[in-house]
Design a protein around this ligand. Structure first.
Ligand code: PLP
Length: 494
């Protein structure tokens, strides 16, 4: 094992230091003022390492990571596109980053203006009346939007509406958010082509339905062409339409959920609008609503008066607060910079390019991989594993073998519609050469599977770790060095 592959605790040597603190930072008085019971008796068990060892350890660790900055990342449903680095610099500007959320709004007019303008831009892009930018992520936006839906029905005394219709292709967060919002989930089936079966929907629409949640294009990358009829049916039955905006990328500037008949939606700023989220970092899930739902949006809200000044306010009918202050402001800054830098005209190119890239990969591989839903897809599509399944090479094996070729795996085993789902989303930002390299690797893997399947089944061989115990990691996690030393795993490692 190389020195820096070890755990940082194993590099520890008694007395070695990587820092210098001022001799007496708190003063003896400060320490004396601390109640004796709160003072620790023994030194904490921390690694004792030099600065250089710390730097090398973490730099080496970071190099083992795969990210959009290191290679192609076709993770369907997640829109892992290139996010311009300049937006990071903008988000770090101290004029914004150093603001305190409790300072007088008169001294933070620029930040409030940015919030207001971004909200307006998202309204224009989506065709909905107003947005709140407060929720922290897509799933949080779903919960917020469903609370708006509930609040709307309750305000009309329509308290029987407690069910939400969710398609069987939906992202897992949809039914989960509905449950957390106190609503019951009713499933609607999809047709073989992946779109909602309108005939299956009709009998579900009674006066207990609060609304329907949809993703369009849906999770198999197909546009729901019957959306206008679906919207009409749901509205006539007294329900509302919720749009899961995780797949907004291919529609940017082209088609608007509000025009399709949706009343409520969320947008994942960290998917469509320039925030890297590979490590699950800070996100933002703005929620937009049609005019008749604006008063239920969460507080606080930003208002603009006739003199162009911005105020922090709220509505009495609001469902309350869903975040601390205004949510993740840095993410909003990146989204705003991204929208302004593309502009009204260029933002229209995002969708067609993402769509072209997805269809190019699909058509280049469909002779070797099983394509259950043929036809023109939007920004992503789903293969149902290899066309030839006789060798026992599964989607999991293919995904792991791709790592050896230097690519991140696509999303696998989602959607649940097919047994061997492999969901590929290239995004609009990849070059033709990168797409060709990926196609080449996918073809190589399929050929290996046919000729020497063991190579694929044993993969990956070039990654720092080959076959981690994924179930064990989830069911019996060992999360600290001390726990590791006391566990059976320690003897395996050392
Ligand atoms: C990512 C995603 C979500 C959830 O969004 P988060 O920001 O990860 O909470 C919901 N629906 C779909 C279709 C998604 O792809």
């Amino acid at each position: 094992m190389k020195k820096y592959d070890k755990l940082i605790f194993e590099l520890s040597r008694p007395g070695r230091k990587g820092y210098q603190l001022p001799a007496d930072n708190f003063g003896t008085d400060g320490l004396a003022a601390m109640p004796a019971g709160l003072l620790r008796q023994n030194a904490p068990e921390l690694p004792e390492v030099s600065e250089l060892d710390v730097v090398r350890h973490y730099t080496n660790l970071s190099n083992k990571n795969f990210g959009v900055d290191t290679g192609f990342y076709p993770l369907g449903s997640c829109t892992m596109k290139y996010n311009p680095k300049i937006n990071e610099e903008i988000a770090a500007m101290p004029e914004f980053a150093a603001l305190h959320p409790l300072q007088d709004p008169d001294t933070a007019q620029g930040a409030l203006e940015l919030y207001y303008n971004l909200q307006q831009a998202l309204s224009n892009i989506s065709g909905l009346a107003e947005f709140t930018l407060n929720p922290y992520a897509g799933a949080h936006g779903e919960l917020t939007g469903l609370m708006v839906m509930r609040q709307y029905h309750i305000s009309r005394g329509d308290t029987r509406r407690t069910k939400v219709i969710v398609p069987d292709t939906a992202h897992g967060t949809n039914p989960a958010s509905a449950m957390v919002a106190g609503l019951e989930v009713v499933e609607v089936k999809s047709k073989p082509n992946g779109s909602i079966d309108v005939e299956d929907l009709k009998p579900l629409l009674d006066d207990t339905i609060a609304g329907i949640m949809m993703t369009n294009p849906n999770t198999v990358g197909m546009f729901e062409t019957e959306i206008l009829e679906i919207a009409d049916l749901v509205h006539k039955a007294g329900g509302l339409l919720y749009y899961d905006g995780a797949n907004l990328n291919p529609l940017l500037g082209k088609v608007r959920p509000g025009d399709m008949g949706f009343d409520i939606m969320h947008i994942n700023l960290h998917k469509t609008f320039s925030t890297p989220h590979g490590g699950g970092g800070p996100g933002s899930g703005p929620v937009g609503v049609a005019a008749h739902l604006v008063e239920f949006l969460p507080n606080p809200r930003v208002r603009k008066d006739e003199n162009g000044r911005f105020h922090v306010g709220g509505s009495d009918k609001s469902l309350g607060n869903v975040s601390t202050f205004f949510g993740n402001f840095g993410v909003m800054m990146k989204a705003y910079a991204y929208i302004l830098s593309l502009g009204r005209d260029n933002i229209r190119n995002v969708g067609p390019m993402a769509t072209l890239n997805a269809n190019y990969i699909k058509e280049s591989l469909k002779d070797l991989y099983k394509l259950p839903i043929d036809g023109v897809c939007k920004h992503e599509f789903v293969f149902d594993g290899l066309a030839d399944k006789s060798t026992g090479v599964t989607t999991l094996h293919v995904a792991k073998r791709l790592l050896d070729y230097g690519f991140h795996a696509p999303t696998i085993y989602f959607p649940l519609l097919f047994h061997e789902s492999m969901m590929i989303e290239p995004t609009e930002t990849e070059s033709l050469e990168t797409l060709d390299e990926f196609i080449d690797a996918m073809r190589k893997v399929a050929n290996e599977a046919a000729v020497s399947p063991e190579i694929v089944k044993d993969a990956p061989n070039t990654t720092p770790m080959s076959h981690p115990d994924e179930t064990g990691a989830a069911k019996d996690p060992v999360l600290s060095y001390r726990a590791l030393k006391n566990s059976a795993k320690w003897t395996q490692i050392s």
